[in-house]
Ligand binder design. Structure first.
Ligand code: GLV
Ligand code: MN
Ligand code: MN
Ligand code: MN
Length: 409
């Protein structure tokens, strides 16, 4: 079958129906909805003639043998899980684009190296607070003790959720792949920012991927009657939490000169009733940056601000560091190769930093790794309005195809 522009558009649309809601697509990691999308994409992979294996964290690996089965594979891929009310393109274009690239290369006859399309499990941190789980497990970077503690909003543990998908937390170690098995990894992804659009470029060649540092903060005040407790006697945990959020925002603004950003994206307020002064607030903080020193400074400033606010407001505040990753630089040879392909194809391109996290940052510990970005309309992502023009996706697929060919031929 010709995997044309229409085919790509059609498949992106079909995949978007798994989890489609009024505001966007909700296909959370290890959910039945994600499993439905995976099953559908496996059928597409089988049509291309890929041999499918699923590892012990739920990564799906589709392989096309080359002339020499003993040689390391040239791999591409991305993810199918989404944030709540996410978009159609985040992750999906790397999966569908990778599939199109491999089917085009298959049509050229056997290459020297095997090719692999990998669909990584649980790239998004929205369900369990842990990001790029599948690629971490594959690269031997799994933090199983952390994952054991993780629960979703419904209170279901990570271990129980993966068990529902016939996976066993005790066996995650089996997902590790030796570095010798992979020659290179290249991920196609939407930019999720506005740089390419502003610069009128079609391709971004990723240089560094920003690393997330995540915190959970618990503010403890005193739950009390909202009518009978005088204003000056309150120890309202949500008021203190609000002050902390503003401080975190200010610190992010201050550090943004180094490209560092801070977000509080989730709050739990207890007991959560209109007539009760909030006694406890849990909040989650996401710090991202490509400058490690700035991230460290940001973290220290946040800790200092929390102590000052807690003391002034006479509330308790505890900070739990959930993860602290380092920015990852992509492989120089792969960056040069992608650049050469862009020049040859006369595609307007530029070097770019990734401000979002990606599976590529873990694969980089396993094999020479690179990323190809295509523009995101208005920079919108993690939102149902996410959009990339089909011609831009196709040009990303062209660059990916040629890059994989050069690596695998
Ligand atoms: C992945 O989408 C991230 O949160 O960076
Ligand atoms: Mn995402
Ligand atoms: Mn993504
Ligand atoms: Mn990503």
């Amino acid at each position: 079958m010709d995997r044309s522009k229409e085919w790509v558009m059609n498949e992106i649309e079909k995949i978007s129906h798994f989890g489609k809601g009024p505001r966007g697509i909700t296909r959370l990691a290890f959910s039945e909805t994600a499993a439905g999308a995976q099953k559908y994409v496996i059928s597409l992979m089988e049509e291309v003639g890929l041999t499918i294996t699923i590892d012990q964290i739920g990564n799906i690996i589709g392989r096309l043998e080359g002339k020499d089965e003993s040689l390391p594979a040239v791999a591409t891929g991305s993810h199918l899980d989404t944030v709540p009310d996410g978009g159609k393109y985040d992750g999906v274009i790397g999966v569908i684009g990778g599939l199109v690239a491999i089917s085009r290369l298959k049509a050229k006859g056997k290459l020297t190296h095997p090719l692999e399309l990998i669909i990584f499990a649980c790239e998004e941190s929205s369900r369990f607070g842990c990001a790029t789980v599948g690629s971490k497990a594959m690269a031997g970077l799994a933090n199983i003790s952390e994952w054991r503690k993780a629960k979703d909003q419904a209170g279901l543990s990570f271990a129980e959720a993966i068990k529902q998908q016939q996976l066993d937390i005790e066996r995650i170690g089996e997902a590790v792949r030796p570095a010798e098995e992979i020659k290179a990894f290249v991920e196609l992804h939407i930019e999720q920012g506005r740089v390419l659009e502003k610069e009128e470029k079609k391709i971004g060649i990723v240089e560094t991927i920003a690393a997330p540092t995540r915190l959970k903060i618990k503010v403890e005040g005193v739950a009390a009657h909202s009518g009978s407790t005088p204003m000056e006697e309150r120890r309202d945990a949500l008021v203190s939490a609000s002050m902390i959020i503003l401080a975190i925002h200010e610190i992010g603004l201050e550090q943004s000169k180094y490209g560092t950003v801070t977000t509080v994206g989730m709050l739990n307020v207890y007991p959560g009733a209109i007539n009760v002064i909030p006694g406890v607030v849990e909040m989650w903080v996401d710090i991202r940056g490509t400058n490690h020193e700035s991230t460290i400074e940001c973290l220290q400033d946040i800790k200092d601000a929390i102590s000052t606010i807690a003391e002034g407001q006479e509330v308790g505040a505890s900070i739990m560091l959930l993860s602290a990753e380092k920015p990852v630089t992509m492989n120089k040879d792969i960056m040069s190769l992608i650049k050469k392909v862009c020049v040859e194809k006369r595609v307007p391109h530029q070097m770019i930093h990734s401000r979002a996290g990606h599976d590529a940052m873990n694969l980089a510990y396993l094999a020479p790794t690179g990323m190809i970005f295509v523009p995101s309309q208005n920079g919108v992502s993690h939102n149902g309005e996410e959009h990339t023009e089909i011609d831009e996706i196709m040009s990303g697929i062209d660059v990916l195809t040629e890059t994989l060919l050069q690596l695998a031929k």
